[in-house]
Design a protein around this ligand. Sequence first.
Ligand SMILES: Cc1cc2nc3c(=O)[nH]c(=O)nc-3n(C[C@H](O)[C@H](O)[C@H](O)COP(=O)(O)O)c2cc1C
Length: 235
Amino acid sequence: MGKRMLALLMAAALVLALGACGGAPGEPSQAAPEPPRAESPAPESGAETPEPSAPSPEAAPETPPESQSEAEPEEAGEPKVGVVYFSATGTTAKVARLIADETGGELFELVPEQPYTAEDLAYTNDDCRANQEMKDPEVRPAISGDVSGAYDCGVLYLGYPIWWGTAPRIIQTFLEGGELEGKTIHLFCTSGGSGVDQSVRDLQGLYPGAGIADGKRLNGATQGDIQAWIASLNG
Ligand SMILES: Cc1cc2nc3c(=O)[nH]c(=O)nc-3n(C[C@H](O)[C@H](O)[C@H](O)COP(=O)(O)O)c2cc1C
């Protein structure tokens, strides 16, 4: 009896033990993928090899389009054109607008930080502001606003009224306000009768590196006159 009971107990224990092992295989099989996941850096590091070649094709197309688009205007020989002018009473401004229309250039008005009143411009009065400025070669009337874009232009048309035979001092403020070496500057003026030549000589002498090429008096110029002038410069 004792042996039978012992045999039964052992048989029961064996059945229980087998049952417990039946669940166990499932666990390792779930745990088994984990190590590969932990090893996944290895495949990734293996994938690093093709990665450098992937960015390089991407970087390669990016660089040429940028450099091409920047280089295109220069390669095409089409420098940016700017039309810069000072006009105290509007006469030079009208001509400047015609030049901008003709050339497609960007207009930059040199607006004095302290605007000129009629009294300032009353040149029959020896002491009026305009006359005082023209007597003092050191005066540089400040320009209001931002005209820095003008210094990015390869070709500039620079206009002014003639004051006492030459260019107003604010033109010198502009010429000294940025890098103009290697540019081409065409001067233009309006006046009560004086020509442009003295102002061209004066500005060329003061700013020999600025690329001041020539000048023209353009009082009452029509679009046709401007067209002919621009054509003569480019021809
Ligand atoms: C202070 C001052 C000085 C001037 N000096 C001369 C001059 O020397 N010769 C001349 O022909 N006109 C002279 N003018 C006349 C202007 O050059 C002329 O009216 C010009 O077209 C005005 O241009 P704006 O309207 O663009 O300012 C002078 C005008 C002023 C206000």
